[in-house]
Design a protein around this ligand. Structure first.
Ligand code: NAP
Length: 457
């Protein structure tokens, strides 16, 4: 039986890896999720047959409650709320790893000291990832609106962290760790997760969530060693490295270091500056008729979607408009910034859902030098990712972030509802340029008007 169990865990781990591989392309991503899901099913079912397993009733109840809640929320969640859902699911993973460690620490009797050390490290990382992710969830869900900043905050956080390490060392050294030390260790580790996350601005939450995701993976892998569970070791390592790469990718796309994300309070209202009309321009409105004419008679149009397209669920109308342009002989391309929207790949998923072929979608490096040849750049619901101050104003908090050079197109049409700022909370110099016109309105309604107008021509 043991061989069957180990083989099943191995099979589950292989399915996780193959699933992840398939998730790297939008064409195979849906399959990838299913493969990884089957892997998780195999791992869960086989665990019931592990030697010495009991409490089957509790296990089934927990799986029922967890699975039911995940099924319901997964079906119901809006695409724009996905980051906070990922935060809460990640947090649960970290919390589960910490809970396993708590049980093992209370039981004591470790196979060797290195297993005891891994249990404590996993407990620390898992607890921080759990409570930090809950704060990230609360911030993104709008339950926690302000970033908590107070004097000597970093110093106090450091002291709490040192106290966690002291109790951690006590747990590692003891033959049979005492209840008080275990309680203090977990209480302080959970408090540290909260304290390190509350000062971080909402604008950086997706990066922080990705970091906690990586930490959760590491905690699960450590606890996998403690339990001797190959599936947990492999899945945890894969999640840990994927999360680390994603964190790096996001930080790079925003031209920020991880230390800057964690300790600068960016986006919490502290670092905000305005660039409003810094070159003396003003915002000019355009109506849907003129905007449709500009694009209908263009040779080349580049569409830049952003978070607002997701909020408006405008992707289907944008694709319909694109097809009309193509029928008229206009060359249309989509330009996607790596952090457009609220998570990497956000725009790609929406466009794929609407049926836009993948070969019309270009990454920043592929398309940026094409903007000067474009007659029109249609910016729909994007803001920060096309803000030229990132290139020109060293005082701007987004200075250095690579942006899509929409401002270099001959004409720029920006679809947005009003004067709402982007995620970073700063004004956008693009909107004030001479070659920019604002088509005010909800993304879906505006795209609908463009369709109606172009059909009249
Ligand atoms: P953005 O800068 O957040 O701007 C979105 C714009 O959409 C807003 O200015 C808003 O203006 C407009 N909007 C909102 N609802 C709309 C609607 N119904 N119809 C039309 N327009 C609407 O978006 P972005 O350019 O995509 O930039 C993404 C931001 O998220 C960046 O700052 C990035 O650093 C940050 N971020 C992203 C990730 C990621 O992985 N994607 C990770 C971390 C941080 P109005 O209110 O005037 O309509």
């Amino acid at each position: 039986m043991n061989a069957v169990i180990q083989l099943s865990y191995f099979l589950a781990a292989v399915l996780f890896i193959l699933g992840l591989k398939r998730m790297s392309s939008p064409v195979t991503a849906r399959d990838g999720i299913v493969w990884a899901g089957i892997g998780m099913l195999v791992a869960t079912l086989i665990t019931f047959f592990s030697p010495g397993m009991h409490n089957y009733g509790w296990m089934i109840l927990a799986i029922g409650i967890g699975g039911g809640a995940a099924w319901y929320t997964g079906k119901k969640v809006a695409m724009t709320d996905m980051p906070q859902m990922i935060a809460i699911y990640n947090g649960m993973g970290g919390g589960a790893a910490a809970a396993i460690a708590a049980v093992e620490l209370m039981r004591g009797d470790f196979y060797s000291t290195s297993f005891q050390v891994l249990a404590v490290l996993g407990a620390l990382i898992g607890s921080v990832a759990f409570s930090g992710s809950m704060v990230a969830f609360a911030k993104l869900q709008g339950l926690l609106k302000k970033s908590l900043l107070f004097p000597n905050q970093q110093m106090i956080n450091l002291l709490v962290f040192i106290s966690v390490l002291v109790f951690g060392l006590i747990l590692m050294a003891a033959d049979q760790p005492g209840g008080f030390s275990i309680f203090m260790f977990f209480a302080l580790a959970l408090a540290f997760g909260v304290m390190m996350t509350v000062p971080i601005g909402g604008a950086d939450m997706p990066v922080v969530i990705s970091l906690f995701n990586a930490l959760t993976g590491l905690a699960v892998a450590f606890e996998g060693f403690v339990l001797g569970n190959a599936a947990m070791i492999i899945a945890g390592t894969v999640v840990g490295s994927a999360g680390t790469l994603l964190t790096q990718l996001m930080a790079k796309a925003m031209n920020r270091s991880l230390a800057n994300v964690l300790f600068s309070g960016f986006g919490s209202g502290v670092a905000e500056t305005t660039a409003s009309g810094e070159d003396g321009g003003s915002m000019k409105a355009v109506d849907a008729t003129d905007a449709a004419v500009m694009m209908a008679y263009a040779e080349k149009v580049i569409i830049v979607p952003g978070y607002g397209m997701a909020v408006a669920q405008a992707q289907h109308k944008v694709w319909e408009f694109t097809q009309i342009l193509q029928e008229r002989g206009v060359q249309v391309k989509f330009a996607i910034h790596p952090v457009a929207g609220r998570m990497p790949g956000h725009m790609n998923v929406l466009l794929a859902e609407a049926g836009v072929p993948y070969d019309m979608i270009y990454d920043l490096e592929e398309i940026n030098n094409e903007f000067p040849q474009a007659d029109v750049a249609l910016v729909i619901g994007a803001n920060d990712v096309v803000n030229p101050v990132a290139r020109s104003n060293p005082d701007s908090p987004i200075y250095g972030m690579p942006i899509l050079d929409a401002d270099k197109a001959r004409q720029v049409i920006v679809v947005k509802r009003g004067r709402g700022k982007g995620f970073s909370g700063i004004e956008n110099a693009l909107f004030f340029l001479d070659n920019t016109s604002m088509l005010y309105g909800d993304g879906q309604a505006a795209a609908g008007q463009l369709i109606a107008e172009i059909k009249q021509l």
